[in-house]
Design a protein around this ligand. Structure first.
Ligand code: FAD
Length: 330
């Protein structure tokens, strides 16, 4: 069978299509239009068909609902088996996934099972005149961009969350829903989920925040993060950190922004005591306005920031917080 169309591996969160899946649908829609082919999404779960309308509104032509009681919770071996079966049956020319926690887990395994290659952590995907996928991704710790193409079929890419904007929801769009049956049994699961611990979400979610305030090694310890938290609560911001602050144990890993942390795209990003290493900037280069507070006027962050204050944060942060408090009140 000739490989045709674009297939997306969808993800759900609390029974709804995840925001990352909507972003990947936007990337897939553009590819499908360039190829003049259809855009499909495979959604796995106990009742995955419930997200079909939402998937259609965000660009899908067809939804493969892969329903099975053993797919209710994410399990790498069972999800892999179901996706392999779906991908072999649908035989897409291009297969896209989000580089989410489960995407990182599944994409390489699925590529191996399908005997194809995988472009990881892509920021942009397009097709050339011959219909081959060209995927652009950061290399050398974010210091350079490489555009790679993939020889195998399907052409597979895992796209970084927030690299694409979801399409505006279009209520007039409808998708064909195809129930796709998979045969799964317990012997396929070579690992066992012993416990699932949900991290308690405190404050505003970083990846969704319109404003983010982040601290780095220059803060000197965990306590000043309370000062950042205060500033954040005044302006309705999320709080993040550099890897140096995370590695020092001052804040949990979920705070980390950068190449090996979260990608954020806020309207305003305020950094305090962060040098602006390329690996940090890789996670925040989509911020519209960066404001930097750093005592070293030569720090790289000032090359990236629209506004900068050179000085010790201890002398700057209290005044900034109070000034913003007054502004917010008035
Ligand atoms: C493969 C790889 C992946 C990585 N991934 C990430 C990642 O995801 N995210 C990330 O952040 N990093 C990442 N890093 C680490 C990165 O290279 C930097 O080491 C890190 O970002 C530095 O953090 P920092 O800016 O807080 O610390 P530093 O580079 O030490 O900078 C501290 C800054 O604080 C300033 N400062 C000090 N005291 C004060 C003061 N009192 N007032 C004001 N300013 C002050 C200093 O002038 C300095 O500029 C990665 C590195 C590698 C190799």
């Amino acid at each position: 069978m000739d490989a045709k169309g674009v297939l997306i591996v969808g993800e759900t969160a609390d029974g709804e299509l995840s925001s990352t899946s909507k972003e990947i649908l936007a990337a897939g829609r553009a590819l499908a239009d360039s190829l003049g082919q259809e855009l499909s999404i495979g959604v796995l779960g106990r009742d995955p068909g419930s997200v079909a309308e939402d998937a259609a509104r965000h660009g899908a032509d067809r939804v493969y609902a892969v329903a099975h009681s053993m797919l209710e919770e994410y399990h790498p071996d069972l999800y892999l088996a179901a996706l392999e079966s779906l991908a072999r049956d649908v035989a897409p020319a291009v297969l896209l996934m989000g580089r989410t926690a489960s995407g990182r887990d599944l994409a390489p395994r699925l590529a191996f099972r399908l005997s194809t290659g995988l472009a990881q952590d892509c920021l942009e995907v397009r097709v050339d005149e011959s219909g081959s996928l060209l995927a652009t991704r950061p290399v050398y710790g974010g210091n350079a961009m490489a555009t790679v193409s993939c020889n195998g079929t399907p052409h597979m890419a895992a796209i970084r969350p927030k690299a694409y904007e979801p399409l505006d929801a279009d209520d007039s769009r409808h998708a064909e829903v195809v129930d796709f049956a998979v045969e799964l049994d317990a012997s396929m699961a070579r690992s066992r989920v012993v416990e699932t611990v949900k991290e308690e979400a405190k404050g505003i979610k970083l990846e969704e925040a319109g404003i983010v305030v982040a601290g780095g090694r220059g803060l000197g310890g965990p306590e000043p993060f309370a000062d950042l938290q205060e500033l954040a609560s005044v302006i309705g911001a999320g709080v993040g950190a550099s890897r140096a602050a995370v590695d020092s144990g001052w804040v949990p890993p979920s705070f980390q922004i950068g190449l090996t942390g979260m990608t954020i795209t806020p309207d305003l990003y305020i950094t305090v005591g962060i040098s602006g290493a390329s690996q940090h900037m890789a996670g925040c280069s989509g911020a519209k306005v960066i404001v930097a507070i750093n005592k070293d006027s030569e720090a790289n962050i000032f090359k990236e920031a629209r506004y900068g204050v050179v000085g010790d944060w201890k002398n700057i942060l209290p005044g900034l917080t109070e000034a913003l408090r007054d502004l917010v009140k008035s």
